[in-house]
Design a protein around this ligand. Structure first.
Ligand code: FES
Length: 107
């Protein structure tokens, strides 16, 4: 199984995780805090912008995540950290999609 690299440039760190891992779980492994609410794709608190090295780097949004992204009117490069699962390649988590601030390092 090939691991997926998840980078957090604002925190200057990254982790390699198994496909299927959420961005939120990857952040926790990296020691990066992402503020969350429901953790079920409903509230949008953890919306982040992402940059991927390939089109299939993330699983496409489904169900609750897709509905929340659309309701919030977020751009196509935005995902909900609790719901977005990595699939392959490299994913950069660029920061908060709503506030546009950096992802704060935990500590
Ligand atoms: S924490 Fe509510 S949508 Fe992710």
């Amino acid at each position: 199984m090939e691991l997926v690299e998840v980078r957090f440039p604002a925190a200057g760190t990254f982790v390699c995780v198994a496909p299927g891992t959420t961005l939120l779980a990857a952040a926790a492994l990296a020691g990066v805090e992402i503020v969350t609410g429901c953790t079920r794709g409903m509230c949008g608190t953890d919306a982040v912008r992402v940059a991927c090295d390939r089109a299939d780097a993330l699983e496409p949004p489904t169900g609750a995540e897709l509905g929340t992204l659309q309701r919030m009117g977020l751009e196509a490069d935005s995902r909900l950290a609790c719901s977005a699962r990595v699939r392959a390649g490299t994913v950069e988590v660029l920061g908060d999609a709503v506030v546009d601030g950096p992802v704060a390092p935990r500590g």
